[in-house]
Every structure is written in C-alpha cells, then in structure tokens.
Design a protein around this ligand. Structure first.
Ligand SMILES: [Zn+2]
Length: 651
C-alpha cells in the first residue's frame, strides 16, 4: 500500500540550482560527548525528530553495533545540526545514530520496546545487557564518547542551508525536499501546511487514506500556496527554489494570511471535487489510431494539472463555477486531448518557466471564455446535447465503433465550424475525441478531400527554385480567399490586432515567392500568431511572438511512431542538412515529443521590433525557402518509403 501511494506522485524535471550570489553560511564545529548531547536532548534543546513523522528505521543489531563502536572508540560519521531562530538545534543528518545512543541510555526504543544489546561480535559478553547492567567503566566509555558535530548557525542563508543539506543528505533513507523544508523552515506556515494536507476532501482527491509518509501531500499544499502568493507570472525555475523562497518568506505567516489561505484552499478543493471528483488532477488520454477509445488516467497524479486547477479555481466565484461544471469539464478534457502545446506543457511535467506559463495561460484563457468574457458565436455544443446524442446512440460517426465513456465523446460539426458550419443541433454528430481531432488534423495537414492548401502549387516563379517536391497530391480550387482571416481555428480569443497586421504584411511578401501560406488562415493566440501548412505528416509553421520570429518544420503525422522515425532519420543527417542550409537549426528531437520539430529563428527579433518588420518578414520568407531547399532531398527519400517500415530499415 505504501509503495502504491508513493507511486501516484510523479517526479518533476527541475533545473540545476544556482549557488552563486552573495550568500553566506555560518558553521560551528565541535566534538561534544554523548552525555552532553543527551542532556541537551533531555532539556528539549536538541530535537532529534523535528516533526519528521519518520520512523526510527534501524534494527536492534545495527543500534547495538553503534554502541559497540563507541566502546571500541571507533569514530562514526559527522552529525549535522541546524540552529533555529530561538537557538534550539535540529538534527539534519544523524537522526538514527543519536536515537540509538539516547534510546540505549534511556533504556527504551522509540517503539517502547526494551533495548538490550544484541548481535555484538567483539563484546560478546555484553549481549543481552541493558545500559544500567553494564559496568561503570563501560557506561562511562559510552557517555564520554565524542562525536564530531557541525552546526549551521541561525545567521546562515536558509536557501543555501537547504542546498547544503540536500548534498549531505546521503543516509540510508535520504530526506526529500519537503522533509528538508519541514526541518529548515519550521514555524506557523509549516504547521498550516501540515494541517491543510490533512483536509479530508484533499485526501479524497489524492486518493490517499492517510498522510503521505514522505510529505508529498504537504509539498502539494506548498505549491498551491506558492502560486497563490506569488502568481504564476512571477514564477522562476527551478521549482525547488520557488517553493523554498515561499517557505522562507511566509515562515511566520500573519494570522490574516493564514486565515485567508486556509479558506481559499478548502473552498478550491471543494470546487474541484464537484468538478472532477476521482478524476481530479489526472490526465485524460485521447484515443489513438489503433484504439480510438480515450480514457482517464486511473492512478498517476499530474502535478501540473494540480497547479493550474487549484490556481484558477481559487480565483473564481464558486457559484459561477458550479453553474458551469459541464462546460468547464468539457473544455479541460478538450485541452488535454487536442492542444499539443498544452499537452506537452503538462505531459513532461517540466517546471521550466515556459512550460509553466503555457499551461497556466492556456487554462486561464479557456476558463475565461466560459466564465467571463462572452463569446459571440459559440464553438461548443452544449453538454445537454452531447448527453442526449450519447444516450440515443453512442456510435462514433467517424469510425463506427462504440464510444465507451461520455467523457471520451466529442460533439462534432458535420460541416466544419470554420467553413461556416453552424453550432446548431442539426449540424451535430457524436464522435470519439480521437476521431474528431484526427479529422481536423487530416484536413489541416494531410491529404484529405477538403484540402485547405497544396504545397505542390507553390512554385509559381521558375527562377526561385522552390520545390516542395516531396509533397504531391491532387489540386483543388475550392479555397480561393487570399486574406488574413481574423477568426482563429483553435482558439477564439483574439485581442491584438497588431499580430494580424504583421501577418498581412508578411503574406504579401511571402506570396511573391511562394503560395505556401496563401490559402491559410493564421492562428492567433494571446501574444503570438502562426500559420501552419503541410501534407503527409510534414508541416511548415511560421510563428511570430513579441520577441521572436521563427520558421519551424514539424513532423506532425498522426502517428507519433512515424514522426519519431522521421526525425531520427533527419537528425542523423543533421550535418549535411545544416551545411545545405548554411546555419545550424534548433532541434527538438526528444523521444517524448509526439510532434518533433527543428527550427530557425530570425536574428532581429519579433513583433515588438516594429521598425524592422520589413526586414524580419523578408528574412522569414528567405529562410523558409532556404530551409525547404536544404531538406527537400531528404523529405523525398522519406516519402518514398513504405509506411510499415522505418526509414532506416528501408534505406
Ligand atoms: Zn471513432
């Protein structure tokens, strides 16, 4: 049970710590006798188990042999203490050793059992004896045995202290970050965190019956508090430091802040319980090509989801949320199954500032469209309609298989929304989320019957040497507009008109050289905008944010396996490709990426460099063409291979 419980908390990828800066650590060294340490312990000035909830894990033989070491005058490893603000000392490293000594002297182990020496090899005659049954000489030997102690003084920088403890922390059961925090940053805030972690609704959502033995539950409460106090906008990696700073700053939290945090936490937890109950903080996985049924994760807890859900609902009115539960839940599942940037930002569990910003922003804006700022033409069908369709007939209208779970059902526009399809029941049909997503991807990027764009129609000027030769497919002429559409495809939130102005200008330059984006509506989102076009699982993306402008080549087939093979193939030709391009690329080839890519940035900047727009726009077009020239022979190779084989096998 214990192991299972530990397993549900995923580990986070964190960045290395920066130990530079003007911070100091003050230490004091000494070799006190066991007797003096024992006296301090008895007077409550030396705390062996500072609120650890950790057990004394040594057995009687191991403890007995430690006593024997003292009798033999064999040195034991250094013990580390940390000094409180009030001068008390806490054991950071050496808890088990001191517990063994003190238990023997006091004749009682922490579990209240008797401590008689056992398993001794040298002093065999002492086996079976308690402390007061030893000779005076032996008792004295133990009491005057000296232990090397290093103490971190209270004036030390606590963040640095924390870091040093982390490094010292090499015992048989090393303390984790939260256990260390519990030790270094004791006080009102720490007590509050402990209290909140015992909230019964919270434990229900985590699916744990009792407190986590390694304080992972407390760390979650701390995460909530940290984002609550600092907001995600002020987040900086690494997360460990972000949490430490919060712990330190609020160590002696004011009564008012304490009250507020307690209320907000309990309220937020109860909202999320109504919303998701046992699925709270868990992923919903979209189906895949082979098995189109999607499903909820049953066990693994997702810390990223915890952060964003707790943060957002702590800021919303409970009643408004409760009135919109169905829509909110639908929107969340939709994000988790169809938005790749969002999925990446929660899937890798990364704590980089970028990933944190993406997931908080995306979810916050999604929630806003539901709860706050009204949207004009709703893109979503109501949950009531979905339920009605599902109860009537739960067959997927695209693949024809049964949809098992209503959460896995998407209501799809028969006529696509962006081609004018209305959000009315007559235009609705029920599909798997996978099938629905695959449809839009196919129509955007692959060679479906409703092609939006045709890369092979690009080469309008013979002199400019643009081929896109790897992409071939039937030509259609249905799509004739050549304007920037101010409606976005995936996200209805459009604010900054400047983005479209940039893109309009970009397209007028681009269309003189290639028609690759001439029939594409860019997607605007917050402070960036992009246009994507592709075919057969390859896509070109032009992406502009306030600070950057880039050309990205994505491997975006619906089969992650295929993408993997393709990127590996291309990456193995990195040198040749970059030589052809004349510059190196920024490669994103991690195995965990479903859609790997590589890209090149404009050297000037992005949308904020308004006076340089013409140069940036020209550069992007020039890079796009050079990029395509550099990779086209390799793409041709790939597209000749059979789907069933990997590229490498084929070649
Ligand atoms: Zn289906």
């Amino acid at each position: 049970m214990q192991e299972n419980q530990d397993d549900i908390f995923d580990d986070e990828i964190d960045e290395p710590d920066d130990l530079s800066g003007d911070r100091k650590i003050y230490t004091e060294q000494g070799d006190p006798e066991v007797e003096s340490l024992h006296k301090r312990y008895k007077r409550g000035r030396l705390n062996i188990q500072p609120n650890f909830q950790r057990q004394f894990v040594w057995d009687k033989v191991k403890s007995s042999r430690l006593i024997e070491s003292a009798l033999l005058d064999i040195p034991i490893p250094i013990i580390y203490l940390s000094e409180d603000k009030d001068g008390k000392e806490n054991v950071i490293d050496g808890q088990q050793r001191l517990t063994a000594f003190f238990s023997f002297i006091d004749d009682k182990l922490p579990d209240n059992s008797e401590f008689k020496l056992t398993g001794l090899n040298v002093f065999r005659e002492l086996n079976g004896k308690k402390f007061n049954q030893l000779s005076e000489e032996h008792q004295d030997k133990i009491m005057t045995y000296k232990i090397r102690v290093i103490k971190f003084k209270k004036e030390s920088d606590s963040d640095l202290q924390f870091e040093i403890f982390t490094r010292l922390n090499t015992g048989s059961v090393p303390l984790n970050d939260q256990e260390l925090r519990n030790c270094v940053f004791r006080g009102r805030f720490n007590d509050l965190i402990k209290e909140l972690s015992q909230d019964s609704n919270f434990k229900d959502l985590l699916g744990i019956e009792r407190s986590d033995s390694r304080m992972k539950d407390r760390e979650l409460v701390l995460r909530f508090a940290a984002f609550q106090f600092n907001t995600y906008l002020n987040y900086n990696a690494p997360i460990k430091k972000f949490l430490n700073n919060t712990m330190e700053k609020y160590q002696n939290i004011s009564a008012a802040d304490e009250l507020k945090l307690r209320d907000t936490f309990k309220n937020t937890i109860s909202i999320i319980k109504s919303l998701l109950d046992k699925n709270a903080f868990k992923r919903f996985y979209c189906g895949v090509e082979k098995n189109k049924s999607g499903k909820w994760e049953t066990k693994q807890f997702n810390v990223s989801l915890f952060d964003i859900l707790m943060y957002s609902f702590a800021r919303e009115d409970k009643n408004t949320v409760l009135q919109n539960l169905d829509r909110i839940k639908e929107a969340l599942i939709d994000l988790m199954t169809s938005d790749l940037d969002f999925i990446n930002s929660i899937e890798l569990s990364t704590s980089s500032k970028k990933a944190v910003t993406i997931r908080f922003d995306k979810w916050r804006l999604t929630l806003q469209t539901i709860l706050g700022i009204g949207t004009k033409e709703p893109r979503c069908f109501t949950y009531a309609l979905k339920k009605e369709l599902f109860e009537e007939n739960s067959t997927c209208a695209i693949c024809g298989n049964r949809i098992i779970n209503i959460d896995d059902a998407a209501v799809d526009h028969i006529e696509q929304y962006w081609t004018g399809g209305k959000t009315i029941p007559e235009n609705a049909r029920l599909t798997h989320r996978y099938c629905n997503n695959a449809r839009s991807r196919i129509e955007l990027f692959e060679d479906g019957s409703n092609n939006i764009a045709h890369l092979n129609s690009i080469s309008t000027k013979p002199s400019n040497n643009i081929q896109f030769s790897a992409f071939s497919g039937p030509e259609t002429t249905e799509y004739s507009e050549n304007t920037v559409h101010k409606k976005t495809i995936n996200n209805p939130i459009v604010k900054d008109e400047r983005k479209y102005k940039f893109f309009e200008q970009f397209l007028s330059v681009c269309n003189q050289k290639t028609h690759i984006f001439s029939k594409i509506s860019p997607q605007g989102y917050q402070n960036w905008i992009r246009a994507a076009n592709g075919k057969m699982g390859f896509a070109w993306v032009i992406h502009i944010s306030s600070e950057t402008a880039k050309v990205v080549f994505y491997l975006n087939s619906t089969s992650p396996e295929k993408n993997r093979n393709r990127i590996n193939y291309l990456f193995s030709r990195k040198e040749k490709i970059e030589e052809r391009f004349g510059e190196s690329f920024d490669w994103h080839t991690k195995d965990s990426l479903k859609q790997p890519c590589f890209r090149t940035f404009d050297s000037i900047g992005g949308m904020d460099n308004e006076d340089q727009w013409p140069t940036i726009q020209n550069d992007l077009v020039e890079k796009l063409i050079r990029f395509e020239n550099a990779i086209s022979p390799y793409i041709t190779e790939i597209s000749k291979t059979k789907e069933t084989k990997t590229v490498e096998e084929h070649l």
